[in-house]
Ligand binder design. Structure first.
Ligand SMILES: O=P(O)(O)OC[C@H]1O[C@@H](O)[C@H](O)[C@@H](O)[C@@H]1O
Length: 289
């Protein structure tokens, strides 16, 4: 039997507090279709949210999982990372099932989106939490009469005790665009150490990511491993602003960069082309070992 979940309030915003029967929890805001919190069964919070983030309509939230659509970063004429993360989404359904909790949200074009991006679209975001897993799925349908293309990402901010204790596994052999110095490179080592001594900001778009990635962190309690799988999305973005760029972010404390690494499922290098009536689906699945 499933139990409906009603819209609640979280830090003044409309939110869905998903809670699976096994205790796994996630908070999803209608603002931006934004996953703000993920607490697996028997574990602590896994996502970072900046204590200085804006929490207001029309503004981007620094942390959690922003939905990036239809433009990635400044790669186009729209506002950075597109408009989906700052729009109010509609609730389609939310319920606690027998073994999970699920929410489905929708965002469609309106007069404001058509002013900047003249296309009829429907986005659907599904967030499912159960046990040690969080699955986020983004679907886009072309509801208009002309072809359009878009980029998208699930911009997950994975929380960390200290950046220097973290590493990412699974990137060996991949080509990437280094957005810091604007060069294409290839990853030789399997282990990426984002906080190694002397490390600056890290901002990379890895292409054609088919393998699973693992975020590993050495903690006082031992080792934490979060596996990151993606489907539909071809690229993965790894981002940390480092000390200098973090200091320039008004919505982050000076040491904020120490406490997260973004590992984003993304479609950047080859934007999705959708003919009228066609759909695309991308998914990021996070699993705490
Ligand atoms: O500050 P924003 O718009 O949320 O973007 C944060 C970062 O998002 C990442 O996805 C980009 O690769 C970075 O270049 C960018 O700085």
């Amino acid at each position: 039997m499933s139990i409906p979940i009603a819209i609640a309030r979280h830090q003044g915003m409309e939110a869905l507090e998903l809670c699976a029967p096994d205790g796994a929890r996630a908070t999803v805001l209608l603002h931006g279709g934004h996953v703000l919190s993920w607490v697996p069964t028997g574990a602590d919070e896994q996502l970072y949210v900046s204590p200085k983030t804006a929490m207001a309509s029309g503004q981007a939230i620094r942390g959690g999982v922003p939905v990036i659509f239809p433009q990635f970063a400044a790669r186009g004429p729209l506002q950075r990372h597109g408009f989906a993360r700052t729009k109010p989404w509609q609730l389609v359904m939310a319920e606690q099932g027998e073994g999970d909790a699920l929410a489905v949200l929708r965002l469609s074009d309106d007069a404001a989106t058509r002013m900047f991006w003249p296309h009829a679209f429907e986005l659907e975001l599904s967030v499912r939490v159960a046990g040690r897993d969080l699955e986020i799925e983004l679907a886009c349908e072309n509801k208009g009469e002309e072809m359009f293309s878009f980029s998208a990402a699930l911009h997950s901010y994975l929380g960390l005790g200290a950046l220097g204790d973290a590493s990412v596994q699974g990137l060996a052999g991949l080509s990437y665009w280094d957005s810091v110095d604007g060069v294409e490179r290839s990853q030789r080592t399997d282990l990426l150490l984002p906080g190694s001594p002397g490390a600056q900001d890290l901002d990379r778009i890895y292409y054609q990511v088919k393998q699973d990635l693992t975020l590993q962190e050495l903690t006082a309690a031992g080792e934490r491993r979060v596996s990151i799988q993606q489907q539909g999305f071809e690229d993965a973005v790894v981002w940390n602003p480092g000390a200098a760029k973090c200091a320039a972010l008004a919505d982050m404390p000076a040491d904020g960069y120490q406490h997260f690494l973004c590992i984003e499922a993304a479609q950047v290098e080859r934007p999705v082309q959708l003919a009228p009536g066609e759909s695309w689906v991308g998914r990021q699945s996070l699993s705490l070992a």
